[in-house]
Design a protein around this ligand. Structure first.
Ligand SMILES: [Zn+2]
Length: 326
C-alpha cells in the first residue's frame, strides 16, 4: 500500500510540473503577442545570458559587470510587467512548492522528502487506511465521565463507566501488543451509541501510529468492495480486504444482504484471514442471537470462538445525545 501511494504521488507531482510548465509557456506566448516592449526586454536578457556564456568560453569573463547588468534588466522587466498591470513575477518559473520545485524531494547529496510530499503522503495513507477525519477518536481522548457511574449494569455488577474503563483498557492493550495480542480477532457488540466506533477508530489510530498494516472500513463499504470484485473483477474477495494484517469492519449487520453472496464471501474471507494469521476486528449492533441468525452458525461460531476471538459486549445508555458536537 505504501509503495503504491508513493508511486501515485510521484505521478501527481510530474503532472503538476507539466501543468506549471504549460502555464509558463502560455504566459510567454501572451507576452510575445501583446506586450512587444516586455518581449524586447526578455530577448535582451536571453542575449545577455548567451553573451555571458560566450565571454566565459572566450576567457573574457569579468571584464564587464554582467551580474549587475542582468539584475538591472530583470528589474526593468519586473517594472514593465507592473506597468502593464501584471504581477511582477509573471515570467518567473511557477512552483507550487518552492522548497522542492515540485519534485517532492530536496537536498544534496542526500535526498530528503519535502514536507509538502510528506503531508500528501500522510493524508493519502490516512485515507486508504480509513482514518481520514477520525483524528479526535483516540484512547487519549477517551472521556470516561461521559458514562454513567451510578447504576450497576444488569449482569455485570459494575457501572457503565467502570465497564467502559475496562473495555478501553482491553482494546488499548490489544492495539499496543499486536501481533502478540491475547486473541487473534476481536468482536465488539452492543446497541448503537455505546462507543463501538470510537473504540475501533482509537485502535486503528494506535495501530497506525505503531506502523502496523491496518485497514478500517465499515460493513457497507466492505460489501460494495466485495460486490465489485465478485461481479466486475471476477475475483472471490477484494485483495485489500484479504491482504491487510488487521482488518477492522465497523457496524457489521448494517449492510444489506444479497442472496448468500455476503455470507459466503464473508465466511470465506474470515477463514482466509484466520488461516494466514491475520486479524479481523468487527463491531456490530446485533445481539449474538441476531448475529447468528443473520450470518449463520458457521460465521458466528468462528467470530465467537473464545480461543481465537475476544468478544466484548457493551451495555448501558446511548451516549450520542450527551457527546458534545465539535
Ligand atoms: Zn515541496
Amino acid at each position: 500500500m505504501r509503495e503504491a501511494i508513493l508511486a501515485g504521488l510521484e505521478q501527481e507531482y510530474a503532472q503538476k510540473r507539466a501543468a506549471n510548465e504549460r502555464e509558463e509557456a502560455k504566459r510567454r506566448q501572451l507576452i510575445a503577442e501583446r506586450y512587444p516592449d516586455i518581449r524586447e526586454l526578455t530577448q535582451q536578457r536571453e542575449q545577455m545570458i548567451f553573451g555571458s556564456l560566450r565571454q566565459i568560453l572566450d576567457h573574457n569573463a569579468g571584464k564587464t559587470d554582467l551580474p549587475g547588468q542582468m539584475a538591472a534588466l530583470s528589474e526593468k522587466i519586473r517594472k514593465a510587467l507592473r506597468d502593464h498591470g501584471l504581477p511582477e513575477n509573471y515570467l518567473e518559473p511557477i512552483y507550487s512548492c518552492k522548497k522542492c520545485r515540485d519534485t517532492g524531494w530536496y537536498g544534496e547529496p542526500v535526498r530528503k522528502m519535502c514536507t509538502c510530499m510528506e503531508e500528501a503522503y500522510r493524508n493519502k495513507l490516512h485515507e486508504e487506511i480509513g482514518l481520514a477525519g477520525t483524528g479526535r477518536e483516540t484512547f487519549e481522548a477517551f472521556d470516561p465521565s461521559l458514562f454513567d457511574d451510578t447504576i450497576p449494569l444488569e449482569g455485570y455488577g459494575m457501572s457503565q463507566r467502570s465497564l467502559m474503563n475496562l473495555v478501553r483498557k482491553l482494546c488499548e492493550q490489544w492495539a499496543d501488543s499486536y501481533p502478540e495480542a491475547r486473541s487473534q480477532d476481536v468482536l465488539i457488540n452492543g446497541m448503537s451509541g455505546l462507543g463501538k466506533t470510537f473504540l475501533l477508530r482509537a485502535m486503528a489510530q494506535r495501530l497506525y501510529e505503531r506502523g502496523k498494516d491496518v485497514l478500517l472500513t465499515d460493513a457497507y463499504r466492505m460489501l460494495s468492495m466485495m460486490r465489485k470484485s465478485y461481479f466486475e473483477d471476477g475475483e472471490e474477495e477484494p485483495e485489500e480486504l484479504v491482504k491487510a494484517d488487521i482488518l477492522m469492519i465497523d457496524d457489521v449487520g448494517s449492510e444489506p444482504l444479497f442472496q448468500n453472496v455476503t455470507v459466503e464471501q464473508l465466511l470465506h474471507m474470515i477463514n482466509l484471514r484466520r488461516d494466514s494469521g491475520k486479524s479481523t476486528i468487527m463491531s456490530t449492533n446485533l445481539s449474538m442471537k441476531e448475529f447468528r441468525e443473520r450470518y449463520t452458525e458457521r460465521i458466528a461460531s468462528r467470530m465467537t470462538d473464545p480461543t481465537l476471538c475476544m468478544v466484548i459486549t457493551l451495555k448501558g445508555k446511548d451516549l450520542r445525545e450527551k457527546v458534545r458536537k465539535p
